[in-house]
Each structure stands twice: as structure tokens, then as C-alpha cells.
Design a protein around this ligand. Structure first.
Ligand code: GTP
Length: 382
């Protein structure tokens, strides 16, 4: 049964929307989440600084229009909020963040205007400086509007937006203005701005995700490209220097791949590359890094793995490739094999030297007859 064109169009639209990616982080790579955390962090800093400058600037206005008791409380709160914001500004500049850390800091950033609003709403109720409350009433809207500059999943956005709406409503109840037209109008405005904010954060997330995937992935296999993989290995090298835990790389090259292309065509060659990528991935741990090094060469970096352990993994992959068969439209099924070089990073070694050694090992695997695993020589400096 063929799908009606309208359903196909709907399906394509939903696919373009990447709904699961927008909803939560389950489909995001660890690497992307790290980059997004950095991105969120770079946006928290200027906002924290701007708020830290603007919040105390209003103190003279409060002084002119508020009774002294309320003014003192608000001024103290403003100074405390400024101190927290300045702390946030410096804190965000110092380290590489994880996503939970970035979320926490964003939560802190939006709590501050909300806190000031809450205090003002409770203190300035009734006859006390009624005009001033109008100025303060912009704070919840400001809080929600601030979120629009962050690339967030819808779940994260709701996690920030719902508490703002809840705090607003609870404060209106607390001051007895629940069914008041002004209070309902405020809530209505807040909900509208929250919807726009949710749309904006999801749009930013989608754009970031697409750009990130284009810049870091190989389109044929979906694996990391050489640049992204090199960055990951650089981070692993830094970790190796810190902890001393071994790091081993495997370099794979499909054997006589030109023949496959020549006999069966490039499309079959492409399928072999995809199947190969899949076979290797099934034999690696989720903490290993694997990507396309170029052409029919692939590289895997195995953290916390000695050369003996890596040889076992490489042998398992070699065997799995030998056992794999591709069914073709015409003729018998197609098999393929791979040669593999293995090299373990030494303490004083650069990554270039490691890549050269593993390349030589792979070259030797080819020279000794292909479909085999060969370990690299130790570096001259070791
Ligand atoms: N189908 C397809 N072929 C590719 C791709 N990238 C590189 N190749 C082909 O991979 C082949 C590599 O061939 P060679 O470098 O001669 O190596 P080989 O035939 O595998 O021989 P050995 O490595 O010595 O075993 C070339 O024919 C490239 O065109 C790709 O993305 N898709």
C-alpha cells in the first residue's frame, strides 16, 4: 500500500523538525552536549554582567519613591543579587562546563530577577508606592525573554519557564489579586512571551545541531570526520598526561577496496564502507572514539586501553569483517577484509608521531599480506 502524498509531506516535515532532538538530549552526542554547554556559558556571562550593572542602578529611584523600611530591604537585596551576578560572571569565565553545570548557572541567572520581583511584589502591595510596582512587573517578562538567546531543548525550556509562570501565579494569589483583570492580563502576556521563547530556543538548538553535525560528521557513514576525531584524541591525550591511563589507537584500511569499486561500482563500495563502520562500532565501547580518517581509512581511539587489550579488540573487528557478507541485487554475496595498525601513546610523544607510527604499522599489515593486525614499533625517544 502506498502512503498518500499528504502523509508523506507530513512525515518529511516532522523529519525536518527533528522532534526527538528538540525534545531532549537523548539523541545528542556527548561532544555536542559539551559544545552546547560552552555556548550557553558564553551567553550567561554578558547577561550576568549587564544585570549586575543595571540592578544597583535602580537603587536611587527606589530611594526617591519607597518608604525607608521597604527601601532598605530592597537595596540590600539588590546589592546581594549584584554580588551573585558578578560571582556568576567570573565563575563562568574560568572553566569548561558540562551541561548540568551550564543548566545550573542558567537557572541561577534567571532566578535573580525573579527573586527581586517576588520581594517587590510582596513589599509594595497595597498603598506602598503603587507606581513602582509597574516597573517591577516587567521582571518576569524580562526573565522569560532572557531565555530566548539560549539553545535549549523543549524539556529544558519548560524546566525554566514553568517555574516562572508558577512563581508569578503564586505571588498574585499571595497578594490576593487572583481574579483581578490586571493580574490575568499579566499572566496572559507572560504565557505569550513564554511560547515565543520556547519557539526561539528550539529554533536555535536545531540550527546549532545541524551546523554542528555538518561540521563534524562524515555524510556517508554518519561517523565523526577527521577534524572532530582529532579534537577528541587531543582531549584524550591531555587526559593521558594527567592520569597516566593508556591511550591506544587503531587505524583500519579496507583491503583491495579499489577492486570492489571497480567490479561492483561506487554505490556498492559506499555500502561496504557503511557496513564496515557498523561492524567496527558494534565491537567498540561507547567511550571509544571512532571516525572516518579519509577515503577507506578509519581510526578508533581507545582510552584506558593497553596495546594488548587493543590488539584483542582489533582481532575481534578483523574477524567480524571476515564473517560479514553483503547481499547484492545480482550475483553472489560480497565479503571484505580489513588490515589494522595498533599504536599506544607514549608519554613524551606528540599526536603526529603516534599517527605516523600507526600508519607505518598499517602499511606493514598490508605488506605482510593484508587482513591482519600489526602493532607499531615503539617511538625512537621511548
Ligand atoms: N565507493 C567509495 N570509494 C571510495 C571512497 N573513498 C575512497 N574510495 C576508493 O577507495 C579506493 C582505495 O584504493 P587504494 O588506495 O588503491 O587501496 P586498495 O584498493 O584498498 O588497496 P590496499 O589498501 O592496498 O589493500 C580508491 O579506489 C578510492 O576511489 C568512498 O567514499 N566511496
Amino acid at each position: 500500500m502506498t502512503t498518500p502524498p499528504a502523509m508523506q509531506a507530513l512525515h518529511r516535515w516532522l523529519e525536518r523538525l527533528s522532534l526527538p532532538d528538540l525534545l531532549d538530549t537523548r539523541g545528542h552526542s556527548q561532544d555536542f552536549s559539551g559544545s552546547r554547554a560552552g555556548y550557553i556559558n558564553t551567553r550567561i556571562r554578558p547577561l550576568a554582567l549587564v544585570l549586575a550593572l543595571l540592578i544597583p542602578a535602580w537603587i536611587p529611584v527606589d530611594y526617591a519613591f519607597m518608604p525607608i523600611g521597604e527601601f532598605t530591604l530592597m537595596a540590600l537585596l539588590r546589592v546581594a543579587c549584584t554580588a551573585v551576578l558578578l560571582g556568576l560572571f567570573f565563575w563562568c569565565g574560568r572553566e569548561q562546563l558540562t551541561l548540568p553545570q551550564a543548566r545550573l548557572r542558567l537557572g541561577l541567572l534567571i532566578t535573580i530577577p525573579l527573586l527581586l520581583y517576588g520581594a517587590a511584589r510582596l513589599l509594595l502591595n497595597g498603598d506602598v508606592a503603587p507606581g513602582l510596582i509597574l516597573g517591577y512587573s516587567f521582571f518576569p517578562v524580562l526573565t522569560v525573554a532572557m531565555l530566548t538567546v539560549f539553545p535549549l531543548t523543549l524539556r529544558e525550556a519548560l524546566g525554566y519557564l514553568l517555574p516562572v509562570l508558577l512563581v508569578y501565579t503564586l505571588l498574585e494569589i499571595a497578594v490576593g489579586r487572583t481574579l483581578d483583570l490586571q493580574s490575568l492580563g499579566g499572566l496572559w502576556l507572560l504565557v505569550l512571551v513564554a511560547l515565543v521563547a520556547a519557539w526561539s530556543v528550539a529554533g536555535q538548538l536545531l540550527m546549532l545541531l545541524r551546523l554542528y553535525r555538518q561540521a563534524t560528521r562524515d555524510p556517508l557513514t554518519g561517523l565523526f570526520n577527521r577534524r572532530a576525531l582529532t579534537e577528541q584524541i587531543e582531549r584524550e591525550r591531555a587526559r593521558f598526561l594527567r592520569t597516566g591511563r593508556p591511550l591506544t589507537v587503531l587505524l583500519f584500511d579496507l583491503d583491495r577496496f579499489k577492486r570492489i569499486n571497480d567490479h561492483h561500482g561506487h554505490l556498492v563500495g559506499d555500502r561496504v564502507l557503511q557496513v564496515f563502520a557498523n561492524v567496527v562500532q558494534q565491537n567498540l565501547r561507547t567511550t571509544d572514539h571512532f571516525g572516518r580518517w579519509g577515503g577507506e581509512e578509519f581510526l578508533a581511539a581507545l582510552p584506558e586501553t593497553t596495546s594488548e587489550q587493543a590488539r584483542v579488540v582489533a582481532e575481534r573487528v578483523r574477524q567480524a569483517c571476515e564473517n560479514e557478507r553483503l547481499t547484492l541485487a545480482e550475483g553472489p554475496s560480497l565479503g571484505f577484509t580489513t588490515s589494522i595498525g595498533v599504536a599506544t601513546l607514549h608519554r613524551d610523544e606528540t599526536l603526529d608521531s603516534l599517527f605516523n607510527r600507526v600508519d607505518e604499522a598499517l602499511y606493514n599489515a598490508k605488506a605482510y599480506g593484508r587482513n591482519r593486525v600489526v602493532e607499531a614499533e615503539v617511538p625512537a625517544s621511548a
